[in-house]
Design a protein around this ligand. Sequence first.
Ligand code: DC
Length: 220
Amino acid sequence: MSTINIAIDGPAGAGKSTIAKMVSAEMGYIYVDTGALYRTIALYLTENNIADEDIEKSLENADVSLRFINGTQRVYLGDRDVSGLIRTPEISMAASRTSAIPAVRTHLFGLQQKIASENNVIMDGRDIGTVVLPNADVKIYLTATAEERANRRYKELSQKPDCPTYDEILKDIIQRDYQDMNRETAPLKQAEDAVLVDSTNLTLEQSAAKITEIIREIIL
Ligand code: DC
């Protein structure tokens, strides 16, 4: 039986994960956050102090896997659940850098395709519609201006201690966009057959409703 695959790509902070979670819960699909895989490789390289020239070889020992507990994704490095540890600004930036390494992408490619071939999924990332699932049933490219994405992130973090300033957040977002869009292998870009959704002036609920409508129109 073939599975239904929905790809959502776009830059950091466009709301992909929150929206994909809402839509997948509604449709009864598994939500797969592929950024978590790149973050886990970045954590592995950082924790083990792997030098750049040793990265390719060391990947043999980077045992990254996903488990779905009550429909919620957890990411494992070996038998350690690292889902919380990978959510720091340092790992965000390191993941963006390491994801440019072709051997890292190859290492994670099969895992993503296997999950999509075994489950109905909404998979989010940067190259899902262009590289990982080029035959996805629906492709969405979700974006928003860098300023609006920084604004949302600032609001989310502003209650926490050590919150970075708005300008720092914006600078990080612009740098990550640049790295993700300009790398040679599988750069972030809109697939030719992807539907563009700009969430700059939409609430999360409006974006989720729009994406659900696009999906239903295509697959039902
Ligand atoms: O979605 P995220 O911010 O958690 O992703 C972290 C980094 O991983 C991001 O800067 C680029 C990279 N990434 C990628 O190259 N390809 C994907 N499919 C998902 C993420």
